[in-house]
Design a binder for this molecule. Sequence first.
Ligand SMILES: [Zn+2]
Ligand SMILES: [Zn+2]
Length: 219
Amino acid sequence: MKIFHVHTFRCHHAEPVPDEAYILKAAELGAEEIWFTDHAPFPGDPFGARMSIDTLPEYLSTLSDLKRKHPEIAVHIGLETEYFPHFDNCGYYDHLRSLPELEFLLLGQHMAQTGDSPPAYSFSESPEYLAKNEFRLLGNAIVQGAESGYFDAIAHPDRIFRRCVTHWNEDMAEVSQSIINAAVSAGIPLEMNLSSARVPAYYRREFWQLLPDNADTIM
Ligand SMILES: [Zn+2]
Ligand SMILES: [Zn+2]
């Protein structure tokens, strides 16, 4: 067993427990590997619910120390982050990929960039607008992210439909297909997120039914 997609206290939506507690629990459960993917910061800390940019060196060094301290389980160090063209242009993803401790970048597209100078983001749009358009904005950003080559896996792709109260339709199928095609072309897996499966709006069986045999998944 491998434990994947673990957040820490640094992004403010995990329990306030030390990183080592996750490692000890994973080892106790018999896991061979644990993959930390806390929410990546961005320069200037423009977004909430993620570690601050100043915390990143501590995250990497703490987990590197724990990796050495616990050879009984393989501790892997990753980050979950959105793809934003603005931060790509600034070289931020290149910077992240150059960090020697960082092994894994998980593409978790919780919002999308919607404008350039200054950059604007989908969370500024109205709920009515997002109900109609968010899945397409997020889906397009996931495709761009997959094509960028920076990412090793795509987190919870079906969560882009969280605001779609309608029945599954052709537009949703088309966006799903473009994400699946991008993942297959990039050779990266799509994450079937088990905590999403507990929230009806976050988990779309119809998305997963579109998956061809040559698509990789991770749970
Ligand atoms: Zn996550
Ligand atoms: Zn996420």
